[in-house]
Design a protein around this ligand. Structure first.
Ligand SMILES: [Zn+2]
Length: 264
């Protein structure tokens, strides 16, 4: 055994010396990262994408086949953009270019795709006797700047930052986020919204229209915000249903992004 091991060691050293570090690295490279276990559809896409050596990690794919790199989490127009206290909009003064009226009670504006899905969700909730209305939707950089300054003046910076975002760090600036209140019970921007008819209806059904509760209960250390049962974010049906079925509470967790309890 010892002789065999010695021979093998010598042979490996000889090969390494003969071919050099580059060749050894080339032999090792295709073995990492491992090919993720995915559905046939995603495999086909992955194979094409990895035709050349990939310096970046392989696309994340769940057992259900959702491709978690299908949309950017950085690009402000992306339906999957993740905005938090560590991830301001880039640029901070970003304005969506396809804002339209929400078309439901309360008005305000969101992106066109958000409005389309919102209309369907509102119709279904109303049919089920749980109508809701919009309290806030898109907010511009300048509006957020004024709002935040107002909160800081009345509550101080530390407290203001627990419930309001600095300008450039608000999800409302993407045109993908809305605050709702119950058409019968009210509870605008209050925890009691969770107990209203529409508040409970949304928890069960919103994912089927592409919306997630963005600041869920028990996720303050991840999102940087206290529980806001009234604040909903459009991410598209596929991701919203995936998060619901896999019981993944936040965008930070589903995309493997760092928690953002506070500003840098
Ligand atoms: Zn909000």
């Amino acid at each position: 055994m010892r002789d065999n091991a010695r021979w093998l060691g010598a042979a490996l050293v000889a090969i390494a010396c003969a071919v050099g570090g580059v060749m050894v690295a080339a032999w090792i490279a295709p073995r990492v990262p491992p090919v993720p276990s995915v559905t046939p559809v995603v495999v086909a896409v992955t194979t094409t994408a990895t035709a050349q050596p990939a310096p970046e990690p392989a696309p994340v794919a769940s057992p259900d086949g959702i491709n978690l790199s299908a949309h950017s989490v950085d690009e402000p127009h992306s339906v999957w953009v993740v905005v938090n206290k560590q991830r301001p909009l880039d640029p901070k003064e970003f304005e969506p270019d396809d804002l339209v009226s929400t078309g439901i009670p309360g008005g305000k504006q969101v992106t066109s795709e958000t409005a389309e899905q919102l209309a369907k969700m509102h119709a279904a909730a109303t049919d089920d006797g749980a109508p809701f209305a919009v309290s806030t939707a898109y907010r511009s950089y300048n509006f957020q700047k004024g709002l935040f300054a107002q909160y800081v003046a009345s509550d101080g910076v530390a407290k203001a930052e627990t419930f309001s975002a600095r300008p450039g760090y608000s999800e409302h600036q993407t045109g993908l986020a809305l605050d709702f209140y119950d058409s019968a019970g009210g509870c605008a921007l209050k925890r009691c919204y969770a107990e209203t008819k529409s508040g409970t209806w949304l928890v069960t059904h919103a994912a089927d229209y592409g919306f997630i509760e963005r600041y869920p209960e028990g996720s303050t250390d991840v999102t940087g915000y206290k529980w806001e049962p009234w604040h909903w974010r459009y991410v598209g049906v596929e991701l919203a249903q995936y998060m619901r079925d896999a019981k993944i509470a936040t965008l930070e967790e589903v995309f493997g992004l760092p928690a953002a309890p506070d500003y840098e």
